[in-house]
Design a protein around this ligand. Structure first.
Ligand SMILES: [Mg+2]
Length: 188
């Protein structure tokens, strides 16, 4: 299967993980303030391009730094305000952001790889069809989230070895979101 064979158009939704896809991950830490938010190269422009293709662009992000009381919902709101500002400046849009403040060991339905944030997105936008959705993430949890909902999955990241390791749940691999956007733009 190739991306081209999916016939992606405005009826499709794009789900994006945040840390490691939109902004630089802080290993062992959380993006707690706007100053710590560092968009990855080309991401704002890529989201702008993807926005002209996909009907909806949804961010789904695990943020257990809140559950650990290292940050608050209000802190996260400021981080997202900056993120949206930078994306908007590049002509892009994000239709909704869902996040899970729950701790990993809680096994909460809202925390990826569980499907709660996907269901919440479809409740907000009833036109979403998971079979016409793509999940882009940099972790196994993201891929599992997408597969559990019947989405196509795209793994991004510097290390293609991970893509081979997760081969049964990864439909496509790209080094980053910009490369994914370029590939789609080449034929849509
Ligand atoms: Mg991530």
């Amino acid at each position: 299967m190739s991306l081209r064979d999916l016939h992606i158009d405005g009826s499709w939704a794009l789900f994006l993980d945040r840390d490691g896809v939109i902004n630089r991950r802080l290993p062992g830490d959380y993006v707690k303030t706007p100053n710590e938010l560092d968009l990855l190269p080309g991401v704002a422009h890529a989201i702008s391009k993807l926005g002209s293709i996909f009907g909806k662009i949804i961010v789904v992000s695990n943020q257990q730094g809140i559950g650990k009381s290292l940050m608050t919902d209000a802190d996260l709101a400021l981080v997202h305000k900056k993120m949206l500002h930078e994306i908007t400046l590049a002509g892009g849009r994000i239709d909704a952001i869902f996040y899970s403040p729950h701790l990993e060991n809680q096994g909460h339905i809202m925390r990826k790889p569980n499907v709660g944030m996907g269901l919440a997105a479809r409740k907000k936008f009833p036109g979403i069809r998971f079979k016409q959705s793509i999940m882009v993430g940099d972790s196994q949890g993201d891929m599992l989230f997408g597969k559990r909902l019947g989405m196509k999955t795209v793994l991004v990241g510097e290390n293609p070895v991970i893509a081979r390791h997760l081969a049964d749940m990864v439909d496509f691999y790209f080094t980053d979101l910009a490369a994914f956007a370029d590939e789609i733009r080449a034929f849509v």
